[in-house]
Ligand binder design. Structure first.
Ligand code: AMP
Length: 287
């Protein structure tokens, strides 16, 4: 039976007890509306040696901009708990907004540079919200291992940077993107899409797959690879926030001729829905 806790002291006490017993705690932070992609992070934490796994479910207001989908973000705690139960999670932590941000809250964690481009350029307060809540959750749970999806590639790299810079005693795992059989990356936001929109959204996968194939065939000109993705997206999406080639670790945008390991990242909008995806060229395969 997965334990469900809503309060910090109870969570801390249970995690303390597990550590005293010699357990290695794995941690998977989420915003809920769970799908198999989230659950693959639980597997990754276990494979890395976690003997207890904690998942948090918290729709974090501070990482949403004023015109974003915080109010309508799917909240499906009952179904989420059923999935957690089936997965054998040891503990689900679902705090309220007031629990994490009580009156008088004024402190934040800010990572510089790597947060400025891509998602950070479009969503200027997003990463400050993410790093603040993740730091708070890591401090309360005290895991050995915390698992993040490469679906949110920049988020994973930002958190890795935060952990390194602040000497957080936790190993940050970056886990592969889980995709549907047609290749679309699983995302809680996919449920906003109509059937017709979902079909059109596959243009992201087509674009990334074609660019990855061109890279595999030896193409190293950034403009050519970016052109392939633009051509695929432009017919299906209402607008494109970015299609960018960046250094796979620092996320500094690439020069025209690619050299170091490169990630190709995309964010595009269809109606009210914003989708992101990425591929590390020559390393990831898109089903
Ligand atoms: P979210 O609930 O969207 O904040 O996501 C929680 C965690 O699950 C983040 O580390 C995400 O990157 C990860 N995640 C979301 N979708 C996927 C996916 N399709 N494959 C792997 N990880 C994912």
């Amino acid at each position: 039976m997965s334990e469900l806790l809503h309060e910090k002291p109870a969570l801390r006490a249970l995690c303390d007890a597990w550590r005293t017993q010699g357990h290695r705690i794995g941690f998977v932070p989420t915003m809920g509306a769970l799908h198999a992609g989230h659950m693959s992070l639980v597997d990754a934490a276990r494979e890395r040696g976690a003997t207890r796994v904690v998942m948090s479910i918290f729709v974090n207001p501070t990482q949403f901009g004023p015109h974003e989908d915080f109010a309508k973000y799917p909240r499906t705690l009952t179904q989420d708990l059923t999935l957690c139960e089936a997965k054998g999670l040891d503990l689900v932590y679902a705090p309220s907004v007031d629990t994490l941000y009580p009156a008088g809250f004024v402190s934040h964690v800010e990572v510089e540079q790597i947060t400025q481009q891509l998602e950070g350029a479009i969503r200027p307060t997003h990463f400050r919200g993410v790093t603040t809540v993740v730091a708070k959750l890591l401090n309360t749970v005290g895991p050995c291992i915390a698992a993040f999806g490469r679906k949110d590639y920049q988020q994973w790299r930002v958190i890795e940077r935060m952990a390194r810079d602040l000497d957080l005693p936790v190993e940050i795992l970056g886990c592969p993107i889980l995709r549907d059989s047609d290749g679309l990356a699983l995302s809680s936001r996919n449920r906003y899409l109509s059937d017709a929109q979902r079909q059109r959204a596959l243009a992201i996968v087509t674009g990334l797959r074609s660019a990855n194939a061109a890279y595999g065939a030896g193409e190293r000109q950034a403009s050519t690879l970016l052109g392939i993705v633009h051509a695929a997206l432009v017919k299906s999406f209402d607008s494109i926030d970015y299609v960018t080639l960046a250094d796979a670790e620092s996320l500094v945008p690439c020069q025209e001729r690619l050299r170091a390991p490169t990630v190709l990242l995309v964010a595009a909008r269809m109606g009210q829905t914003r989708l992101i995806d990425n591929v590390v060229l020559g390393e990831d395969t898109l089903a």
